[in-house]
Write a protein of this length. Structure first.
Length: 292
């Protein structure tokens, strides 16, 4: 039954992209959560939506632009939004979190305007909002694979810098790490991953894939590298399970992926609480034995 699923080219494209996104999204999400910037993914996803809306509007108004892949403008807007967010974080040094709602509000405002100019929602826009099993073309796949390679390559070579800046920014700066440059690079990577993920998970749910697997991993991991490993594992389970259920049950893959992520999170929390109760019970029994 599962084997029959891969008879279709678009399904193979979707699963290849899904597996790749299941790696890079939780990978960057681990750094985002540690930096307490979880809402940043939401803000950039709204900016990506603005890029998609602008692309759909332009393709409707100007026939030569019909062939324009909305993914490219989504990338462009996400990158521009990430750079502007970093600029605002420097402007509001004492209130850096303000940069997130500012960018989110601007992205949502532009989205609403250009969606209305494009005469509202259509099938293409819904696939970007909530993901689609059949929406990933061959060109999308190669674009996303190239983006993932850039992300993995950059994180590999900047891991030490990203790690130090995430856990102790002051020490990192004192050590001579160019914090501003690394922060800008990190923001660009997040923007690229968000724009890449929207084909599978959907713009409105992409931040969930970057945070929920990490939230589950934190409950059971004993170190940061282990957190990354568990996050990627949970991300892959969510993506693959979500895509399979979306295909056979005719559901939006974004919702399926997120619900599986939530189930994993609830399961890890429950298992950890059970272990804590068992450990407390063992200590009590040992103390009772020693007292007797």
């Amino acid at each position: 039954m599962i084997a029959n699923l891969f008879e279709y080219d678009f399904i193979r494209n979707t699963f290849i992209v899904g597996i790749v996104i299941g790696i890079v999204a939780p990978l960057l999400g681990s750094f985002i959560v540690v930096r307490r910037l979880s809402l940043m993914a939401d803000a950039l996803s709204h900016v990506s939506l603005a890029g998609i809306a602008v692309s759909l509007y332009l393709s409707k108004m100007y026939l030569p632009l019909v062939a324009l892949n909305p993914l490219y403008l989504g990338f462009g807007f996400a990158v521009g939004g990430s750079l502007l967010m970093e600029k605002l974080r420097n402007v509001y040094k004492q209130f850096q979190e303000l940069a997130i709602p500012i960018i989110m509000s601007a992205g949502m405002g532009f989205s609403v305007i250009f969606i209305s100019l494009a005469n509202g929602f259509n099938t293409d826009l819904f696939s970007y909002l909530f993901g689609s099993v059949s929406a990933v073309s061959r060109s999308d796949m190669w674009t996303i694979l190239a983006t993932a390679c850039i992300v993995l390559f950059t994180v590999f070579f900047l891991y030490k810098e990203l790690f130090l800046l995430s856990f102790d920014e002051e020490y990192a700066k004192a050590s001579g790490i160019p914090a501003k440059i690394v922060d800008v690079i990190f923001m660009l990577l997040v923007a690229l991953v968000i724009a890449s993920s929207m084909r599978i998970v959907g713009i409105l749910l992409v931040s969930s894939l970057m945070t929920l697997p990490v939230a589950a991993a934190i409950r059971i991991a004993k170190g940061f590298k282990q957190t990354i490993g568990y996050s990627i594992l949970f991300g892959e389970i969510s993506v693959i399970g979500g895509l399979i259920s979306a295909f056979y049950l005719d559901l939006a893959p974004g919702g399926s992926i997120v619900i599986i992520s939530v189930i994993i999170l609830v399961t890890t929390i429950s298992v950890q609480k059970m272990k804590q109760k068992m450990a407390i019970a063992e200590k009590r029994s040992e103390s009772n034995v020693s007292n007797s």
